[in-house]
Design a protein around this ligand. Structure first.
Ligand code: GLN
Length: 305
């Protein structure tokens, strides 16, 4: 048996199960099971695999993953990780797998918010990819995040523990000699109810809330529908439940001139803008993602506006 033959065997099983990108997924799982990078895979794929214990264990692991992937378990749940903003995030069934769409929101905040002393809050944080991406790339010293799910917060805390050294190192490099202390505080609870009442207002609030209308969830890919947390997807009847609440509740937690950044579904730009306008936000703007779909709505809070 060669790696190439194992690859073909796995790719065929995935193809028969209707998994998109069957060849690529099979190769990724094979390389992971055998601890190979692409160079070594290419060099060694035609060599006969010896009958060693290591090889037998790796092949068994690979075949088990192929079976699970054929049942449409997301690749990221098998690998346990997803890259976001160039950083590795641990994921499991309790958090939404970070999407490239969400990088649009993080990039926008990084581009618009240049002062590292500002206070940021991320709601519905899940894996923590938004606040951690912001803390690492933006060097913001004061970041708070919350989620209603204790299991999700466990993942987020673990991700921060793993990536905090990177945040501290970058911050140290940015302001040589200055304080490199960097904290990310997590709270569990329902949106703003998670925060202790004495919490100071924030300059920036971000959120990628659940926004899929309940009826639409049934029609999603099995990887999403059957394996990702419904709690992170379900935006109730019209998908707008959390935006209504965020629009109403956020102003009490924003500084004068503070900004709210919300990820949205591609067809929700107009409605979410309307909700922010009704709630008294100014400078409301819809921002597109790389493929050109509406993806973020931003509004500024001005009590006098
Ligand atoms: N973008 C995700 C999806 O399409 C949904 C994210 C969300 O509901 N916040 O599956």
């Amino acid at each position: 048996m060669t790696l190439f033959e194992l690859w073909q065997e796995g790719a065929q099983s995935l193809e028969q199960a209707g998994v998109p990108d069957s060849e690529q997924d099979a190769r990724t799982l094979l390389m992971e099971a055998f601890h190979l990078d692409m160079t070594h895979f290419l060099l060694e794929r035609m060599r006969e695999l010896g009958d060693t214990e290591d090889h037998t264990a790796a092949a068994a692991q690979y075949r088990q993953w192929i079976r699970l992937r054929s049942g449409r378990t997301p690749l990221q749940h098998l690998l346990g990780t997803q890259e976001f903003m160039g950083l590795p995030f641990a994921v499991n069934e309790h958090v939404l797998i970070p999407r490239q769409d969400t990088e649009t929101l993080v990039e926008l905040v990084l581009a618009e918010q240049k002062d590292p002393r500002i206070r940021l809050l991320d709601l519905c944080t899940g894996s923590g990819c938004i606040p951690i991406g912001l803390a690492v790339k933006g060097g913001y010293a004061q970041v708070t995040a919350s989620d209603i799910s204790q299991e999700a917060l466990e993942v987020a805390r673990k991700n921060w523990e793993a990536l905090r050294p990177e945040a501290v190192a970058r911050k140290g490099a940015q302001n040589a000699g200055g304080s490199a202390a960097q904290e990310l505080i997590f709270y569990q609870g329902d949106l703003f109810a998670a925060l202790p009442p004495e919490t100071e207002p924030f300059d920036v609030i971000t959120s990628n809330p659940p926004y899929i209308p309940t009826e639409v969830i049934r029609g999603l890919e099995p990887e999403v529908r059957d394996h990702e947390p419904i709690l992170a997807l379900d935006g109730a009847e019209d998908g707008l439940y959390f935006y209504r609440r965020l629009a109403k509740e956020a102003r009490a937690w924003l500084t004068e001139g503070g900004s709210l950044y919300l990820e949205i579904g591609h067809d929700q730009g107009e409605e979410v803008s309307g909700l922010l306008r009704e709630a008294g936000f100014a400078q409301i703007q819809v921002i597109k993602d790389l493929p050109g779909h509406d993806r973020v709505v931003r509004g500024t809070w001005k009590s006098g506006a």
